[in-house]
Write a protein that binds this ligand. Structure first.
Ligand SMILES: [Zn+2]
Length: 56
């Protein structure tokens, strides 16, 4: 079972429906709160470092 939690753009109410049950506003699937290209780059560096360790 896959839930798609949506968030109201107006008042921030979380719901599974396309429309907010409180204000009737449109809801959207919230993006990951901590996404940044810097974090991705750091993760990539850590992974490459681990691979190098395994190879040695
Ligand atoms: Zn709302």
């Amino acid at each position: 079972m896959k839930w798609k939690l949506r968030k109201c753009e107006v008042d921030g109410v979380y719901t599974f429906k396309d429309k907010c049950p409180v204000c009737g506003g449109t809801t959207k699937i919230p993006h990951p709160p901590r996404y940044s290209p810097v974090d991705k780059f750091v993760k990539y560096r850590i992974e490459s470092k681990l691979n190098r360790k395994i190879d040695c």
